[in-house]
Design a protein around this ligand. Structure first.
Ligand code: ADP
Ligand code: MG
Length: 173
């Protein structure tokens, strides 16, 4: 049993990349568990998750050798490695606008990406050696998938966390 987290800020391309890899690995989409472990918080305008319930559900589901867990909470699952998809904040803003996200929601996500929030969280939970990053900016989903496959099979440390968009924040103020 080997769970692999495919995570990243919304809009970084998790679902697109997971779809490419579906033929090779079993993929668990955390979103599909929404009803059983999430409830809508109108005040925060987002879903609130019960991580304990989710962890239990994911463990029940897992029967194969290597299973990709896709979703921006997957780093909080009992995984053996975390692959974080990254995207330049300006390109991420463009992708989320196209998706019809509200201004406030876009800002929240673009800031989180610029601050490398998910990578930091993944390192705290799983240690630096188990965390990898792939930049998706200006790249094809198929090429990103190829990198993800390489990480899963070889733990290639040339994908060690190193992406830093924090300079971008300074340009906004
Ligand atoms: N590598 C990529 N290069 C350019 N655009 C991408 C890439 N991956 C995804 N996209 C686009 O970005 C948007 C968000 O992708 P999606 O896979 O839904 O992200 P997520 O699941 O992380 O929220 C989609 O419009 C998708 O077509
Ligand atoms: Mg998605």
């Amino acid at each position: 049993m080997m769970l692999i987290a495919l995570t990243g800020t919304p809009g970084t391309g998790k679902t697109s990349v997971a779809k490419v890899l579906e033929g090779e690995y079993r993929v668990i989409y955390l979103k599909e568990y929404r009803e059983s472990w999430m409830y809508w918080d109108g005040e925060r305008d987002s879903y609130v998750i019960d991580l304990e319930v989710l962890r239990k559900r994911v463990m029940e589901e897992d029967k194969d050798e290597k299973v990709i867990v896709e979703g921006h909470y997957s780093q909080e699952m009992p995984v053996v490695m975390v692959i974080v998809l990254r995207c330049h904040p300006r390109e991420l803003e463009r992708r989320l606008k196209k998706r019809g996200y509200r201004e406030e929601k876009i800002k929240e996500n673009v800031e989180a990406e610029a601050m490398s929030l998910i990578t930091s969280e993944a390192i705290i939970y799983h240690g630096k050696d188990n965390v990898f990053e792939v930049d998706t900016t200006w790249r094809k989903e198929r090429d990103v998938a190829k990198d993800v496959r390489k990480i899963i099979e070889t733990r290639d440390r040339s994908f060690a966390p190193r992406i830093n968009y924090s300079e971008e924040i300074l340009k906004w103020y």
